[in-house]
Design a protein around this ligand. Structure first.
Ligand code: F6R
Length: 596
């Protein structure tokens, strides 16, 4: 979602702004722009499209050493040049990430005061309001001005501004949206996340909610209310932010292929384990929250942990959970699953349950992200930076962590021994490689032109096909639905006709015979069936019930879902590629969803 960058220093700012925006491209955006000081005047260049389109309208040689930039993912107002950022009203030039919820109310007041608006955005209103406060301030003290704004603004906002008459400082304020300040030598950076400036400095400060920052080339001052405070300076290892695409055509493919090494790494970190100090047995209820793929990982977690647990574990979509009636107490553990650690809905849920006295655990990929910092305990998924918008390796690492939590429960109940299972974990990387090496050409050729697809599964396999179906939807734009095998005949089977394509996963021992019956039902109605099936199932498969079969290896049931997802990821990838889609940056999607 929207990305913010800023630079103030001794060097030419524009190349840094462009470089920073490029690094934030993975977040998803539809337009981009920068503002910089040129001959004592703030110039704005912005355009719909990619950073490469912005580069065409910017002269990177203009000698300026202060500027701000933005990639916009439209929320209020169409995708067009006017609505893209930066916006300028009076003395204030602004880039903003988030949503100003009371913008209409404020706009009405500002209209009465004579302000005029050119755009449909909430950001222009935010800008005008800061200008109004600035014009009416006798001291022009930005800390006081921002503190007045905090009292009025409702919603979420990371705001970075330049002020017309102040040529050497950038001002920032934030609530519920990430903002980080990179500390350099005689230069400082501002960004939505550290990847924007990591190649220039690895030292940084997180701005916390309701804080204000004043950033010049030689100084960073952070204020909370009216007090100057010291936020910790953190450092990040460049390896945590990842390398390029290497020999891979897309980040998504690279990230799918990284999964084998990732499991090896997770085995070495967690298998002999520093999860031992985490006492999960003291809880009497567990709620898991997440969005999209992270929600699916949570569902896998439920199935795995419930194998050994003696109470039900509930999984919720965070955007619903934050508003629904919830039944929690101080014996409830709330597990938040998030790759980015910045997802607005997941974060809001955590804030809500913390007020109810619940313990919180984060299963998070991005180190020091907001969710990682707010939870009582964090387990990092160590997947490295995930650049492709469609999540693959982060999901695998999330379900890996859930398998360990399930194992922990199983061991505590005396129903499983760690020794019995370690060898399965150790052989998993090689098995992943085997699945990566399967040839998916015939499947892809059959389905890439389809208008719709059905995915079928039962029990935990149903969750895997939900994730497979999400993958294909988001990157290939083929409409697809995942169904529980037994549910089809309650309505959806009416959609099955000759050549309807059905992809079914069969790995769950308990329900394998049942799902095969469901597959026969669709086959009898003319469907084209692609079966993804575990090699060791003790059932007879009638060769007339499928058209193509992909056989995947068996492993212990706690980690079988890790193998199961890989063919589904690869099918989605190759289908999207054959359809010529923009795989790493699918339309309308953002990597880090920082608004609700
Ligand atoms: C799908 C995908 C999304 C994310 C969701 C949550 O491929 O990536 O569905 O899983 O937006 O994001 P995080 O995990 O960052 O909270």
């Amino acid at each position: 979602m929207c990305g913010i960058v800023g630079y103030v220093g001794k060097k030419n700012a524009i190349p840094y702004l462009i470089q920073g925006l490029r690094k934030l491209e993975y977040r998803g955006y539809d337009s981009a722009g920068i503002a910089y000081l040129d001959n004592n005047k703030i110039e704005i260049k912005k355009t719909v499209g990619r950073i490469s389109d912005l580069e065409k309208i910017v002269n990177i040689n203009i000698p300026t050493n202060i500027g701000i930039g933005h990639t916009r993912w439209a929320t209020h107002g169409k995708v067009n040049n006017t609505n893209s950022h930066p916006h300028q009203v009076g003395d204030i030039t602004i880039v903003h990430n988030g949503i100003l919820e009371n913008y209409q109310e404020l706009k009405n007041e500002l209209l009465k005061l004579g302000y005029k608006f050119k755009t449909e955005t909430d950001t222009e209103v935010l800008c005008a309001y800061i200008d109004y406060e600035y014009k009416n301030s006798s001291t022009k003290d930005m800390v006081e001005i921002f503190n007045n704004c905090f009292k009025v603004f409702k919603g979420s906002y990371a705001v970075t501004i330049m002020v017309a008459s102040i040529s050497d400082k950038i001002f920032v304020m934030k609530k519920d949206n990430p903002l980080v300040i990179g500390i350099g030598e005689s230069e400082n950076y501002i960004a939505s996340d550290v990847s924007a400036f990591i190649s220039n400095t690895c030292k940084f400060i997180y701005l916390e909610d309701m804080q204000i920052g004043i950033v010049s080339s030689s100084d960073v001052s952070i204020y909370q209310e009216n007090k100057l405070i010291n936020n910790d300076i953190k450092t990040i290892n460049i390896d945590d932010v990842g390398n390029g695409k290497e020999e891979y055509e897309h980040y998504m493919l690279k990230e799918i292929y990284e999964q084998s090494n990732l499991i090896e790494k997770l085995n070495s970190i967690y298998l002999n384990s520093n999860l031992d100090d985490f006492d999960i047995s003291k809880y009497t209820s567990i709620h898991i929250i997440g969005c999209g793929t992270a929600y699916h990982a949570g569902l896998i977690g439920k199935y795995l942990m419930e194998k050994y647990n003696d109470f039900e574990i509930n999984v919720y979509i965070a955007s619903e959970y934050r508003y629904q009636k919830i039944f929690v107490n101080d014996k409830t553990l709330v597990i938040a699953v998030s790759q980015s650690g910045e997802t607005a809905d997941t974060l809001a849920c955590l804030k809500r349950v913390k007020k109810c006295g619940c313990d919180t655990l984060g299963i998070v990929n991005v180190k020091n992200s907001t969710i990682a910092r707010i939870v009582d305990r964090v387990i990092y998924t160590m997947a490295g930076q995930e650049i492709a918008v469609a999540s693959t390796k982060a999901y695998t690492s999330q379900i890996y962590i859930f398998s360990l939590l399930a194992l922990k429960i199983g061991i505590s109940k005396g129903v499983i021994n760690k020794e019995d299972i370690t060898s399965y974990y150790n052989e998993l990387p090689q098995l992943i490689n085997n699945v990566l090496n399967i040839n998916y050409d015939r499947v892809v050729k059959k389905i890439f032109n389809n208008e719709y697809l059905f995915y079928l599964g039962r029990n935990i396999d149903y969750v895997s096909v939900m994730e497979g179906s999400l993958k294909i939807k988001e990157i290939s734009y083929i409409h697809s639905e995942a169904y529980q095998g037994g549910e089809l005949k309650h309505g959806t089977i009416s959609l099955i006709e000759k050549d309807s394509c059905v992809i079914s996963l069969v790995s769950n021992e308990e329900t394998s015979a049942k799902i095969i019956s469901n597959i026969k039902e669709v086959k009898a109605r003319g469907a084209y069936v692609i079966l993804i099936i575990k090699d060791s199932l003790n059932i007879n498969i009638d060769i007339n019930c499928y058209d193509q079969m992909i056989i995947i290896p068996s492993v212990h049931e706690l980690i079988q879902p890790i193998l199961n997802i890989i063919p589904l990821q690869l099918i989605a990838y190759y289908v999207a590629k054959k359809r010529g889609c923009d795989i790493d940056k699918p339309r309308n999607l953002a990597k880090s969803v920082t608004v609700e």
